[in-house]
Design a protein around this ligand. Structure first.
Ligand SMILES: Nc1ncnc2c1ncn2[C@@H]1O[C@H](COP(=O)(O)OP(=O)(O)OP(=O)(O)O)[C@@H](O)[C@H]1O
Length: 302
């Protein structure tokens, strides 16, 4: 388990992380979300002992990273897939990391196969695509078979097949009882992958809750409705005083009601419907709404 307690980090007078507390529990994928510059990478670097907190602490299994015995067997990480020696082969790179941590060559072959790089294992990394480097980074993270995994933007550069592969892998690692923390900008992907979300903005915690609960709380839920006779529907909605918004093509989106009530109302007033469906905000829409005030770099409105 990862435990972040009142963690803060400043670079000069720039506050990157501020009084941040959350836990990454075993058995689930925790998505780590936040706009650019929110402090995600800095937090992950502090968990891995690569940056020193200004105050507070980040613990893995109750200890600071530097205090862990055989750290690679305790926590696996993918931070920057580009940060590898291009002149080495994939196998050579992994053997080097493995030997430095007392891990045998057999495990290297296992993780190469697990990430789909068995055939490319003898090739030099400098010829690898970004997606292959990501896979290699994941292989290195898995080398020690660790109960905790921490991945910064692992789907970066992956094609749709690769993205699906990462999703399946992360979910199966969590199902095996591991604690998985993963950051990503791809909201649609996070909605499919993460059971739990930790959202930060400007270094501060904005939300720490289940993905479904996040959508429920921060996403809007409306009922889309369309009728054979659009004028009759307009009259019905206006007459009922509902919070309705026209969305084109004679359709409306109505807030504060459910399809059951709206359907019953239409039936009672003999308005024949063509469409009656619940539309729920996507994770991206919910996320944009909740982080609107904490975006550091945003294009000025035209
Ligand atoms: N070594 C450093 N020196 C100075 N400032 C830094 C350093 N590392 C990070 N920062 C600043 O800290 C803040 C948080 O950056 P960080 O990279 O952790 O955010 P992030 O959420 O990972 O962003 P992104 O989604 O763009 O990767 C930013 O304002 C960044 O400019």
């Amino acid at each position: 388990m990862i435990e972040v307690r009142s963690l803060s980090k400043s670079f000069g007078d720039r506050v990157a992380v501020s009084e941040l507390s959350f836990r990454v529990e075993p058995g689930r994928v925790t998505g780590f979300l936040g706009p650019n510059g929110a402090g995600k990478s800095t937090t992950m670097r502090m968990v891995l002992g690569l940056d020193r907190p200004t105050s507070g602490e980040a613990l893995v299994h109750g200890r600071r990273y530097a205090e862990l015995a055989e750290p690679l067997r305790q926590v696996g990480a993918l931070l920057d897939a580009q940060a590898v020696h291009g002149g080495r082969t994939a196998r050579g790179h992994l053997r080097c990391v493995a030997r430095a941590n007392g891990i045998g060559d057999r495990r290297v072959e296992e993780v190469l196969a697990q990430v789909g790089l068995a055939e490319a294992a003898g090739r030099r990394i400098r010829g690898f695509s970004l997606g292959m480097r990501q896979r290699l980074g994941v292989a290195a993270a898995l080398l020690g078979d660790p109960p905790v995994l921490l991945l910064d933007e692992p789907v970066n550069g992956l094609d749709p097949e690769g993205i699906r592969w990462i999703r399946t892998l992360l979910r199966s690692l969590a199902a095996e009882g591991r604690a998985v923390l993963v950051s990503s900008h791809l909201m649609g992907e996070m909605a499919l992958t993460a059971d739990h979300l930790v959202v930060i903005g400007r270094g501060r915690l904005l939300a720490d809750l289940g993905t479904a609960e996040f959508l429920e709380r921060h996403g809007r839920r409306r009922v889309r409705v369309r009728a054979v006779d659009p004028d009759k529907l307009t009259g019905l909605l206006r007459g009922a005083g509902l919070d309705a918004e026209p969305v084109g093509d004679g359709a409306w989106e109505v807030a504060g009601t459910g399809p059951e009530q709206l359907g019953a109302l239409a039936a009672a007033q003999r308005v024949a419907l063509l469409e009656l469906a619940v539309c729920q905000d996507s994770l991206e829409e919910a996320f944009m709404r909740m982080t609107a005030d904490s975006v550091d770099y945003r294009a000025a409105a035209a």
